[in-house]
Design a protein around this ligand. Structure first.
Ligand code: C5P
Length: 206
């Protein structure tokens, strides 16, 4: 069975958590597409040519320990605006999406560019303040020295770059379910996502 769930949205809205939970629930494979851009950005910070960095990604690159840092996130969103670099990552993502057994992808353009034919799409958002608080708590828990204001400014700068770029800008697909997690618990957000996907499975492709 092939079934693709595409989950997009801005940083720290909860899409990664929701994507992992629905993949577990349905027994689908999960791909965090942001890791591809983070791993590429990390190699560019180390001096590599951006397109070469994307073309030469290995599974080990996706396991690098510092991929979640603010510096790597900012580098990821800068390199993500380069059309040739995005093109180098498309085939891998599309193959993953159409694998046997079902797949969940989360990112910025999975429902619009990577898998416009995905059977279920979600666009997950939350207020800037709530997203900044979540990311701040994560960064502090991992030992990073930062402030809430700094995290909020970084998030807004990254959102503006991701939504404003010419190629594959972050935006909801026309047929995506909008899920605002500002006032939702994780369990409630996951339950809404599972209900939507269950309905789509029941409907077949339409
Ligand atoms: O989702 P995450 O915060 O890990 O993504 C890091 C950056 O990678 C984003 O800010 C965005 O610029 C880029 N990205 C993208 N397209 C995707 C996933 C991530 O441009 N599908």
């Amino acid at each position: 069975m092939k079934f693709t769930v595409a989950i997009d949205g801005p940083a720290a809205a909860g899409k990664g958590t929701i994507a992992r939970a629905v993949a577990d629930h349905f027994g689908f494979a999960h791909l965090d597409t942001g890791l591809l851009y983070r791993a590429t950005g990390r190699k560019v910070l180390a001096g590599m040519d951006p397109v070469e960095a994307a073309e030469s990604l290995t599974p080990d690159d996706l396991r690098a320990p510092d991929l979640r840092s603010a510096e790597v996130a900012a580098a990821a969103s800068r390199v993500a605006a380069i059309p040739e670099l995005r093109a180098a990552l498309v085939d891998f993502q599309r193959r993953f999406a159409r694998r046997e057994g079902g797949a969940v992808l989360d990112g910025r353009d999975t429902g619009t560019v990577i898998c416009p034919e995905a059977e279920a799409k979600l666009y997950v958002t939350a207020s800037d303040e709530v997203r900044a608080r979540r990311r701040y708590d994560e960064l502090r828990a991992s030992g990073a020295e930062t402030t809430l204001d700094e995290v909020l400014a970084d998030l807004r700068a990254r959102d503006a770059r991701d939504a404003g770029r010419d190629v594959a800008p972050m935006r909801p697909a026309a047929d995506a379910l909008l899920l605002d997690t500002t006032d939702l618990s994780i369990d409630a957000a996951v339950a809404e996502a599972v209900a939507h996907i269950t309905k789509r499975i029941g409907q077949g492709r339409d």
